[in-house]
Design a protein around this ligand. Structure first.
Ligand code: ADP
Ligand code: MG
Length: 450
């Protein structure tokens, strides 16, 4: 299947070629024809599989034909749970729409000044990307004219549900024309999502890209047992000194821990910064831009702030603290291994984390192999059956000297772990981690999954 078969507007195809995409991902292949035919859809696919283009390309396709309604209001509305995700969606709209004449994209996000937003909203808008809370404010003040709205997209609907935004989402939906096309994207389609869909979508097509066994295949998961905070800090310092680590996101349990850890790492000479929900929007945007441009090697983040971040250079995700919910584990480690590149996800687990670890392994259906860094072995011995203990002797990760070798894949360093490596390496045998597929001459990884 190629993009040409999808009947998208030629100027959109041109932008796709510019992006370096050679063929649609499975979710794009299935969703785009349904959307062009005018159907509502509810869709799930693992993170990093190109859901943004799956809705943005058909949205732009609509915009290529002028609206019949005379209005300056948005024709496409995208709701996202976080500001970061909204900005990413706006960037994608600009990227895929760059050859179309006059596609005006406006982002309306919490934490940004109202006067500027009022000004943006008083001008003609084609695509409005918003977080629900702030949009409600503007709707209540009568600043948004939805009379020509044709399409509403709920991106990461499960997350919006978890974050308590669903009432806002429903109120927003009720302010839009009933004739709209509605799209719902979610990591999973469960009964809670079904209820939302039943209220907001019209006989939706259900698209589920089964990825249970394929998902995370390109991400190597490692576990390190830890004794205490100081042990965690020493291990982290060791991991960050690995030359194969291009960029990393380190997850902490709390905003305060994220700040403290980022400060400590900076003091140790690492290019590190924190990202969490208590920071001003300016600071968050500045930090993310820096990360994207490679000016930052280590981002220390909380779950919510890191949601949906898509930065191609992220080779490692480190769970300094394990997430509370197994589902968050998948979201976290999905920040690496973007678009089929290889990635490494390291989790620290202490004696108290046994139950949590089990939940995570049950959720992913994969056991996380435990590793030991020589010289930084844990005193703590996991209980039998907890986490990696059942697999006997832990794998010895690699000698410290290995970290200064030229092996930028970081994968060979783990040869003690033969089977896992082979199965992983085969699915996405890409050593050019750090490059996205955009503009690269390498074939798309999606080509090989067929
Ligand atoms: P998701 O929303 O499913 O988590 P994204 O939409 O953020 O995933 O896309 C992940 C990455 O894949 C982005 O960097 C994007 O540019 C890239 N991508 C999207 N579609 C394709 C494609 N058809 N071929 C190659 N890369 C793609
Ligand atoms: Mg997404």
């Amino acid at each position: 299947m190629s993009f040409e078969n999808l009947n998208l507007h030629p100027l959109i195809l041109k932008a796709i070629v510019d992006s370096g995409y050679t063929e649609p991902t499975p979710i794009q292949e299935q969703a785009i024809p349904e959307l062009l035919a005018g159907h509502d859809i509810m869709a799930s696919a693992q993170t990093g599989t190109g859901k943004t283009a799956a809705f943005m390309l058909p949205a732009l396709h609509r915009l290529a034909t002028p609206s019949k309604v005379h209005s300056r209001g948005p024709r496409v509305l995208v709701l996202t749970p976080t500001r970061e995700l909204a900005l990413q969606v706006s960037e994608a709209a600009a990227k895929y729409g760059k050859h179309l004449p006059r596609v005006k994209v406006v982002s309306i996000l919490g934490g940004m000044p109202y006067p500027l937003q009022n000004k943006l909203l008083s001008q003609p808008v084609d695509i409005l990307v918003a977080t629900p809370g702030r949009l409600i404010d503007h709707i209540q003040r009568g600043r948004i004219d939805f009379s020509r709205l044709e399409m509403m997209v709920l991106d990461e609907a499960d997350r919006m549900l978890d974050m308590g935004f669903i009432d806002d989402v429903e109120r927003i939906a009720s302010a839009t024309p009933a004739t709209r096309q509605t799209l719902l994207f979610s990591a999973t389609l469960d009964s809670a999502i079904d209820k939302v869909a039943a209220r907001l979508l019209k006989t939706p097509k259900r698209i589920q890209i089964a990825a249970q066994q394929a998902r995370l295949d390109n991400i190597e998961q490692r576990l390190h047992y830890v004794d205490d905070l100081s042990h965690k800090n020493r291990l982290l310092d060791h991991l960050l000194r690995d030359m194969a680590l291009k960029q990393a996101i380190v997850f902490t349990a709390t905003k305060r821990d994220a700040d403290t850890l980022a400060d400590n790492l900076s003091a140790q000479g690492h290019e590190a910064a924190a990202l969490h929900g208590d920071m001003s929007q300016r600071d968050r945007t500045r930090t993310l831009t820096k990360l994207r441009h490679g000016g930052l090697r280590v981002l220390v983040a909380t779950d919510v702030a890191a949601r949906g971040i898509d930065v191609a250079g992220i080779t490692h995700v480190i769970n300094f603290d394990l997430p509370k919910f197994a589902e968050d584990y998948v979201h976290r480690i999905g920040r690496t291994g973007r678009a089929g590149a290889a990635g490494i996800a390291v989790s620290f687990a202490s004696g108290k984390d046994g139950v949590n670890l089990k939940k995570i392994e049950r959720f992913t259906g994969q056991q996380i192999a435990s590793h030991v860094v020589p010289g930084l072995e844990p005193r703590f011995k996991p209980r039998p059956g907890a986490g990696g203990a059942s697999r006997g002797t832990p794998n010895v990760a690699h000698k410290r000297s290995r970290t200064w070798s030229n092996d930028t894949s970081g994968r060979n360093a783990n040869s003690a772990n033969g089977n896992r490596d082979n199965s992983r390496g085969r699915s996405f045998d890409s050593d050019n981690r750090g490059n996205s597929f955009r503009g690269s001459s390498n074939p798309s990884p999606y080509a090989r999954t067929k």
